[in-house]
Each structure stands twice: as C-alpha cells, then as structure tokens.
Design a protein around this ligand. Structure first.
Ligand code: FES
Length: 167
C-alpha cells in the first residue's frame, strides 16, 4: 500500500484545514456570546451613577432618570434610559420602579389630585402608597418593584431591580 498523497487528496486536506480554521474563527465569538452572560459573575457592583445629589433629597419622591449603557438585549447592545422615584426615608434612600404592576404603564407621584400622597397610574387609575404598596380596589395586583441604591461621593447610584422590601 502506498503512502503517497494524491494531488486531489492534498487539496482536499488543505481546504478542510482552511475551512475548519475559518469556521472556528466564526464559531468562537458565537459560543462566547451565548455563554458569556451565564459565566459572568453577578458581583452586585453594577450601580449606575445618577445626577441626583443625596443632600437635595427630601421625603417627597422625585423622578430620577439614568442611562444603562451597553445593555445586552438578545443579540444587540444599546444604551437604555430608565427612571426611578427616589426619596429619603430616615437615613435611607429609597428608589422605586415606576413600572405599574397592572399592565406596565408609568406611575407618577402625586398625579391624582384626590390622592396627592400616592403614586398614580394614569392608564387605569392604579394607585400605590409611598412605599409602593398597591392600593386595594385599584387594578394593580402587586407592589412597585424597588431598585438597589448606593450613595457615593454625595450622589445616588441605582442598582438592579428587586422585589419591594418595604411592604
Ligand atoms: S397599567 Fe397601571 S393601572 Fe393599568
């Protein structure tokens, strides 16, 4: 039996090698993209700086806008604007999500003249107490979510969304 490699075999080995190399070059980023979020440690360090100074906060909730940079959503990354209702409760800083727990509209503080000390959802008249508890008899079926909060250099930093711990 001859160990000679024919020209045809040589070409097909070479093409397979080049093809395999190119395929691995394309596959690796796809594999990394798929498993990266799984492997990424959630160290709780992802707090976002806001322009809200802590010493300007009172017990009346104020709207604080912030931007989540490079948020991965399925196959693309983009900057996403978000909002929190932020106020002081004793020495603590509270940040509540504005997303209504009925159908996801945005709630506002004090927007219902009949209930100025509550959050109000204009879509279907949902109401929440200042702690975010949904007022019984209005459409929302649960309390507003809460953001983790950090104070650094006098500014409010917003972290990830959690279930409401106040009610
Ligand atoms: S979406 Fe808020 S009350 Fe319906």
């Amino acid at each position: 039996m001859s160990n000679k490699v024919s020209r045809r075999q040589f070409m097909s080995y070479t093409l397979m090698g080049v093809g395999g190399f190119m395929a691995s070059g394309m596959l690796m980023p796809m594999v990394r993209f798929a498993i990266d979020p799984v492997l990424k440690k959630s160290d709780g360090g992802d707090f976002i700086h806001t322009a809200q100074k802590v010493d300007e906060l009172t017990e009346v909730p104020v709207r604080v806008d912030f931007t989540i940079e490079n948020r991965k959503d399925a196959w693309y990354e983009s900057d996403v604007s978000d909002t929190a209702w932020v106020y002081k409760k004793g020495d603590d800083v509270i940040a509540l999500s504005p997303v209504c727990k009925h159908l996801g509209c945005t709630v506002n503080w004090g927007a219902d003249k009949a209930h100025p000390e509550q959050f109000f959802c204009p879509c279907h008249g949902g109401r929440y107490t200042k702690d975010g508890n949904n007022v019984k008899g209005t459409p929302p079926i649960g309390p507003l979510d809460q953001f983790e909060v950090k104070v650094q250099d006098g500014f409010v930093y917003i972290g990830k969304v959690t279930a409401n711990t106040l009610v």
